[in-house]
Design a protein around this ligand. Structure first.
Ligand code: FPP
Length: 213
């Protein structure tokens, strides 16, 4: 399409109309009950690529774009908490080329989200990473930390990105931390034998404790 041509002007006009209509519909919908927390599981990326005769990686790219659209619409609806299960610890067992592609894509997208004009910054979304970040390559881990720092003051919504994550790993880590805390407590004078760890103490140590159920 010719840049600045009639086609492009028409497309811009239509997208403005669509955005306006979406705003109208969402302002009506948000009068009703809106969920506090919505979680997504990335799935079907490779099937999507196959069905559309695309390279496998393009499916993951499309998956990330779909996620950003969901966050955009969710924010416009007034949802405050989003969680996405993007990459589990088990996913590291995939073909090395696929893991490599996803890791590069992850780095690219994290850096994109850090930009001032990114969807997360425009919509005031704070980013939190959940998972064993030690399993990620250093540049990704650093980029993730920078993204959390850059968005720390965004207060409209919270998006938790679960990478190198499995719930069993999270539970084990939370129990270990609770035991360590209890052990320290038990060393305090007069507090020996202050009872076994309980559910509230474990929940306090869960990564997911940052958002409501
Ligand atoms: C699931 O679809 C997708 C994944 C396991 C990886 C998705 C990860 C990304 C798109 C990168 C995300 C980036 C950030 C910054 C969070 P699948 O591969 O299992 O598809 P299938 O069900 O068709 O096999």
């Amino acid at each position: 399409m010719q840049k600045g041509g009639v086609g492009e002007k028409m497309l811009n006009f239509l997208s403005k109309v669509v955005r306006f209509l979406r705003k109208c519909i969402f302002s009506v919908l948000s009068v009703g009950p809106v969920p506090a927390h919505v979680a997504f599981i990335m799935d079907g990326n490779r099937r999507y690529a196959r069905q559309h005769n695309l390279k496998e990686g393009a499916g993951h790219d499309a998956g990330f774009s779909a996620l950003m659209s969901m966050v955009t619409y969710g924010c416009e609806l007034g949802i405050k908490y989003f969680t996405v299960y993007a990459f589990s610890i088990d996913n590291f067992k995939r073909r090395p080329e696929e893991v490599e592609y996803i890791m590069n894509l992850m780095l690219e997208k994290i850096e994109l989200m850090r930009r001032k004009d990114s969807i997360v910054n425009r919509y005031g979304v704070r980013i939190h990473f959940s998972g064993n970040l030690q399993l990620l390559r250093e540049p990704i881990r650093d980029a993730a930390k920078k993204l959390m720092a850059v968005t720390a003051n965004n207060s409209n919504a919270l998006l938790t990105l679960c990478v190198a994550y499995t719930s069993t790993n999270e539970i084990i880590q939370a129990i270990q931390k609770s035991c360590e805390e209890k052990w320290v407590e038990n060393q305090e004078p007069g507090r020996a034998g202050c009872g076994p760890i309980n559910l509230v103490e474990i929940e306090k140590q869960m990564d997911m404790g940052i958002a409501p159920d």
